[in-house]
Design a binder for this molecule. Structure first.
Ligand code: BG6
Length: 586
């Protein structure tokens, strides 16, 4: 994932681009760069590291110009270094490209272009785009350089394959930016006498909240005075901008040390906002009538990373309340496995961004198989929501932290609500049970508001264990996916080794990795599986583990002789407790 930004307007573009890149750092931060058109010549400044490094370099070089592009990188092809940083140029140095995504056929194209005399300066897949545009410009039709550029870029799009969104600037067409989108996000901000191109809204939200979400295959032409949208055939499309109601403060850190912490604290609000719209009849949302809903035979949940763990919890919810069999697949696996074409299948894609390529690919496959498709997604008008038959939006606001927190608990909340609606529609739970369960669900945000207060207890305990090289997380039943999520979070954020296990499985091998002091975090609220979890604690302790119980008041009392430390959470009920337990692990 990378972040791109472009500016064209009346003012010096550099501060807009640098500021936009800072807002996009959550998309990648191993290197960054800008290209500014200054008096007909492109000035490029790049730096390894965070945008702050680029800012220092840009201050020294001091480029000035009313049109420019920028990029913040998370390396996928070629190590993080200045040569591999974007923007990338063609042989003439007059065309610059910033790109987010992966050009799958870049090696073939690179060979072909090299044989035609193009000289490559980086190891990236992106650089082929710049050279291909240069090559295609040689034969491109058009009365003006601008028309020729558009045609060359269109031809280029026909030759590259993969997921990409890129911005192009050509020194021969001053004051003109082109944005292209295919399976990676690209948005346009419509301002007054200035327009923006970006991977995401926070990059320009300070300047405009009028946003155009590009569809796959579309191209946007930006000048200071306007924006033109072209469909994949090159025909002009009417602009249908959306007004984004997130203010800049919502999109920024809100006074917390870092975004992840801010987003952990956002959770009570995110759950409340998500439930506000969940009242909508899910049947209507799915465009299915009661008869069709009753005919549902199975549910496939598809997702990646943290969203996959939400899907694993969702399986327990749907099977419990609706009695419908559920399979949960990693999207990257679903795409390649043989999925039987079974009538009455509902495929649910869970994704915060709605732009994860594997999730989109997998749901497309489900559609091809004739399944009804539903997205549980956080980003308005994202690709996934346009592919699926219906969308249920989580309402978390922008997620800036790469490590997902509030999106996860909102996804769990949505899946719980969905399970209740399906259960009612299928006749698996009565109207009265539905009402009382739904009422319980509506209290979740209050429990969450108490749960996030454990920060200081957790900080205290982590001081005791943070140097450990390896961590274990154990859970059972609906808390098993939470153990997986705890391990993922720890790996993602601290770069330490961590594994999550179903507590009943540790005796079948994993216990042998426990040594003296191995921090073992056990999810053990005082519920129907408490006794089983208690014996797992004793087994681990016998091997020398340092056992930290994530539990409830009653659980802490009962477990006091079997564990080393306790983190005490409020108790929201057996099936809702995972939503609180994960807060301790975040
Ligand atoms: C990963 C993120 O890259 O993508 C995870 O680190 C996230 O936090 C996963 O869960 C899937 O993203 P999304 O947007 O499809 O939920």
């Amino acid at each position: 994932m990378c972040g791109i930004i472009g500016y064209v307007g009346k003012k010096n573009s550099v501060p807009f681009i640098i500021d936009g890149l800072k807002k996009l750092e959550y998309r990648g931060y191993d290197s960054a760069g800008i290209s500014i058109l200054q008096e007909g010549k492109l000035v490029t400044v790049r730096a390894v590291g965070k945008v702050a490094e680029l800012e220092k370099a840009a201050l020294l070089a001091n480029p000035k110009g009313q049109c420019g592009i920028g990029h913040t990188r998370w390396a996928t092809h070629g190590k993080p270094c200045e040569e591999n940083s974007h923007p990338h140029t063609d042989c003439t140095g007059e065309i610059v490209v910033v790109h987010n995504g992966i050009i799958e056929n870049f090696l073939t194209l690179r060979e072909k272009l090299s044989s035609l005399g193009h000289r490559f300066k980086s190891e990236t897949d992106t650089e082929v785009i710049a050279h291909l545009i240069e090559e295609n410009l040689k034969t491109a039709c058009g009365a003006t350089p601008k028309e020729r550029l558009i045609n060359a870029v269109r031809k280029t799009n026909g030759e590259i394959s993969g997921a990409y969104a890129y911005g192009v600037l050509w020194a021969q067409v001053p004051g003109f930016l082109l944005g292209v989108k295919n399976q990676s996000p690209m948005v346009v901000g419509l301002g007054k006498d200035e327009n923006f191109l970006s991977s995401d809204v926070p990059a320009f939200l300070k300047h405009t909240n009028k946003v155009l979400f590009l569809e796959d295959g579309e191209m946007a032409e930006l000048t200071e005075t306007g924006v033109k949208l072209l469909d994949k055939n090159g025909a002009e499309k009417p602009l249908k901008p959306v007004k984004i109601n997130w203010d800049q403060k919502t999109a920024e850190k809100g006074g917390y040390e870092h975004f992840m912490l801010k987003e952990i604290y956002d959770q009570p609000q995110a759950i409340e906002d998500t439930l506000r719209t969940a009242q909508t009849d899910f049947g209507k949302l799915l465009n299915l009538n009661t008869r069709e809903l009753r005919a549902l035979q199975q549910v496939h949940i598809i997702a990646c990373g943290t969203a996959y763990h939400a899907g694993l919890v969702g399986k327990y919810y749907i099977e419990n309340f609706a009695g419908i069999p559920v399979t949960v697949d990693l999207a990257s696996e679903y795409k390649y496995r043989c999925v039987p074409r079974t009538a009455g299948t509902l495929a649910i894609a869970v994704s915060q961004s709605g732009e994860t390529a594997d999730t989109i690919g997998a749901i497309r496959k489900a559609k091809e198989l004739g399944f009804k498709t539903l997205a549980i997604c956080n980003v308005l008008a994202s690709t996934l929501t346009r592919v699926c038959d219906a969308t249920f939006y989580t309402h978390c606001g922008p997620e800036i932290s790469v490590a997902s927190t509030k999106a996860f608990t909102s996804q769990l909340t949505s899946l719980y609500a969905l399970a209740l609606f399906l259960g009612k529609a299928k006749g698996n739970i009565s109207e009265a049970s539905f009402n009382s369960l739904y009422k319980e669900l509506l209290t979740l945000s209050k429990f969450m508001a108490d749960a996030v207060k454990i920060e200081y207890d957790v900080r205290h305990i982590t001081k005791r264990v943070y140097k450990a090289p390896h961590f274990l997380f154990l859970g059972r039943n609906v808390n098993f996916p939470i153990a997986l999520e705890g391990a993922l979070k720890l790996k993602e954020v601290s770069y330490r080794s961590a594994e999550g296990f179903a507590a009943g499985e540790i005796k079948h091998g994993p216990i042998s990795i426990i040594e003296k002091g191995t921090p073992t975090i056990v999810l053990m609220p005082a519920d129907s599986l408490f006794e089983k979890m208690l014996s797992a604690c004793q087994e681990c302790r016998a091997r020398g583990a340092f056992v930290i119980a994530v539990t409830t008041q009653e659980g802490a009392r009962l477990a006091k002789d079997s564990v080393d430390k306790t983190i005490i959470l409020p108790y929201a009920g057996e099936l809702l407790q995972p939503v609180l337990n994960v807060v301790a692990l975040q």
